[in-house]
Ligand binder design. Structure first.
Ligand code: SF4
Length: 425
């Protein structure tokens, strides 16, 4: 089995049994898991007599099962204290794979796996629990199971030999895993530049992407690629303005596409936090239209969004206090070191496109922190990260041609840079 490498040592996590994942998501299960749960004899318990444990979903030619939910969108196996009854009665390994994996994300890297997290889990966003390096054994077991299991939720089967081909660099341009890791290291080096604030680090990453997109890398590889990247990093640092005020504010198109992307990220159409979509399609369309217009009150695309106006969300935020800034840095460190922004864990986006998709979360998170300011810091930042990351790599809307085009326009017109500078204020 392929090893797990480079555990994000800065990241901590333990389940604190808030029950949020058991009330927010559908849990897909394989046929083998369904049979295992059936064999546990739940129908003999009085409370489960006549209660369906599974629901079929998907098109007729690809029917799959998920765990059923009871009133209030709670998992059918969730007890009143927020604990899993399968876990309590039969132990951790009797639970479906999706439940055991959450909130980890295993990202294939050729001959090994790397680990990312779903920061939608409040404990992951708040960095609560054991250091991930202490969970190495558990992650090793999950990776082994992942390699065996053909029905992985949220993942596509890695293609080719080993753990799959590397994501393309840009469109049709491909490099091997070793060279792709050199590009990744270059981005991480920019990101670790502690003398810059986070906004300037992102602006430098975007400048790096622009420069690299103009070059061909079929002959430039290994040590020569490393030298090239060293030169480019120096140029990027020299040419990226130091003051965010040097960037023009985003134009109308940048703002509309930004709010459209925001609408996708903050929208929740299932679970207890389901927003206006539970009032019907018309209400959802009206809320999406309001997001595009960006006037009046922020529509409740999910329960618990700030009760404020778009105008309030435009006010400058200023620098984050150290604990909140560290939470945001940690979030990006985990995503960048795992590559969970491109390839099979991000709709097969090429490396640079996925990096831009991740960069776009920066102005989104800063925008949302303004609305959650009433929580105080670092809770406001934790909550904003949780909300934005929930759909990152998971909402199918982010993988559509329309969203790829929107991201391309933001990048091509350098509106993405302006958004980062504007909401970095
Ligand atoms: S959301 Fe996180 S902390 Fe809460 S129950 Fe799920 S895994 Fe545990």
């Amino acid at each position: 089995m392929a090893p797990i490498r480079q555990l994000p040592v800065l990241q901590n996590w333990d389940c604190h049994q808030c029950g949020s994942c058991c009330t927010d998501y559908w849990v897909p299960i394989s046929e083998e898991e369904r049979q295992r749960i059936l064999a546990q004899g739940w129908e003999q318990e009085p409370e489960y007599r006549g209660v369906p444990l599974f629901v079929k979903y998907g098109p007729p030619w690809r029917r799959r099962y998920r765990l059923a939910q009871t009133k209030g969108d709670r998992c059918v196996f969730l007890d009143e204290r927020g604990l899993c009854k399968i876990h309590a009665k039969f132990g951790l390994h009797a639970k479906p794979f999706a439940c055991r994996l959450y909130p980890y994300i295993l990202v294939p890297h050729g001959d090994h796996w790397r680990v990312s997290m779903r920061f939608a889990c409040p404990s992951a966003a708040a960095n609560k629990g054991r250091c991930l390096s202490e969970a190495a054994e558990e992650l090793h077991d999950l990776a082994r199971e992942m390699e065996q299991w053909d029905q992985r939720p949220g993942y596509q089967r890695p293609r080719g030999p080993g753990l799959g081909d590397p994501p393309s660099l840009d469109g049709r341009q491909r490099v091997g895993w070793d060279d792709l890791h050199l590009f990744q290291d270059a981005v991480i080096r920019l990101f670790k530049a502690g003398q810059d604030d986070l906004a300037r680090r992102w602006l430098k990453c975007l400048a790096l992407a622009r420069l690299c997109r103009q070059a061909r890398f079929d002959k430039l590889t290994g040590g020569r690629l490393r030298e090239f990247l060293d030169l480019v990093l120096a140029a990027v640092d020299a040419e990226t303005p130091r003051r965010l005020d040097d960037y023009a504010p985003p134009g109308w198109m940048g703002r509309v596409l930004f709010r459209q992307a925001l609408a996708i990220h903050i929208r929740k159409d299932q679970g207890v936090r389901r927003g206006v979509s539970k009032q019907g399609r018309l209400a959802l369309m009206s809320a999406m239209w309001q997001m595009l217009r960006g006037t009046g009150k922020l529509p409740q695309l999910q329960v618990g969004l700030p009760d404020c106006s778009f105008e309030e969300l435009e006010k400058p935020l200023g620098p984050l206090p150290p604990e909140a800034a560290q939470a945001l840095e940690r979030y990006y460190a985990v995503k960048l070191s795992s590559l969970q922004f491109c390839g099979p864990t991000y709709f097969d986006y090429p490396f640079w496109d996925g990096l831009e998709a991740l960069a776009l979360t920066f102005p989104m998170i800063r925008w949302l922190i303004r609305g959650f300011a009433y929580l105080g810091e670092p809770e406001a930042t934790h909550r904003a990260i949780s909300v934005i990351d929930e759909n990152f790599g998971y909402s199918p809307l982010l993988g559509t041609g329309r969203q790829r085009l929107a991201l391309w326009i933001l990048s091509f017109r350098q509106e993405l840079d302006r958004l980062i500078a504007w909401y970095g204020r």
